[in-house]
Design a protein around this ligand. Structure first.
Ligand code: URA
Length: 182
């Protein structure tokens, strides 16, 4: 299955109850040939309305972080663990996460990024390991198969707590250096 086919299939997804409350399924954006994939948590209000990931305030900050990191847009792909918005932005439950995980796995398999940046706790727990802790594990590379994974704070966390900007910048410098080394 290619990326377009997977996206089309998910437009009608009913794998969990979030299909009843979503406006749009939010698949991903960016390059099919991305070397760096950013994975967030799930769509918020704006993302649900527009059908695109990271278009709200946290998304604008993510765009600035990526621009400052000098990673070329043609090598970036952005998506989420959850493809549908939990009502009122509540945290997705385990059943919902489990239902959605195979689609992220498939996206990763198709795109084959060299680097995966996990934005926040849910992406880190889903991609790295279930008992990962973002405050403890951020900033440290994890190798899984052919993927180099960097957990860092979610941009929404930076909006709440500006003290997290410095560590994210340190993490992104590592991402840039690793990207340049390929
Ligand atoms: N937060 C996320 O984790 N993902 C989005 O797409 C938007 C906000």
């Amino acid at each position: 299955m290619d990326l377009g086919e997977l996206e089309n299939k998910l437009q009608n997804c009913t794998s969990c109850g979030l299909c009843r409350t979503r406006t749009n399924m939010v698949f991903g954006k960016g390059s099919r040939n991305a070397q760096v994939m950013f994975v967030g948590e799930g769509p918020g209000e704006q993302e649900d309305l527009q059908g695109k990931p990271f278009v709200g305030k946290a998304g604008q900050l993510l765009d600035r972080i990526i621009a400052a990191s000098e990673l070329p847009p043609e090598h970036i792909y952005i998506c989420n663990v959850m493809k549908c918005r939990p009502p009122g932005n509540r945290f997705p439950n385990e059943e919902e996460v489990d239902a959605c995980k195979p689609f992220l796995r498939e996206q990763i398999r198709i795109i084959r990024p060299k680097i995966i940046v996990c934005l926040g706790a849910l992406a880190t727990k889903t991609i790295v390991r279930p008992d990962a802790r973002i405050t403890r594990d951020r900033g440290r590379w994890v190798q899984k198969g052919s993927f180099q994974i960097m957990p860092t704070f979610h941009p929404a966390a930076l909006l709440r707590d500006p003290d997290k900007k410095r560590p994210v910048w340190e993490d992104m410098k590592q991402v840039r250096e690793r990207y340049k080394s390929f």
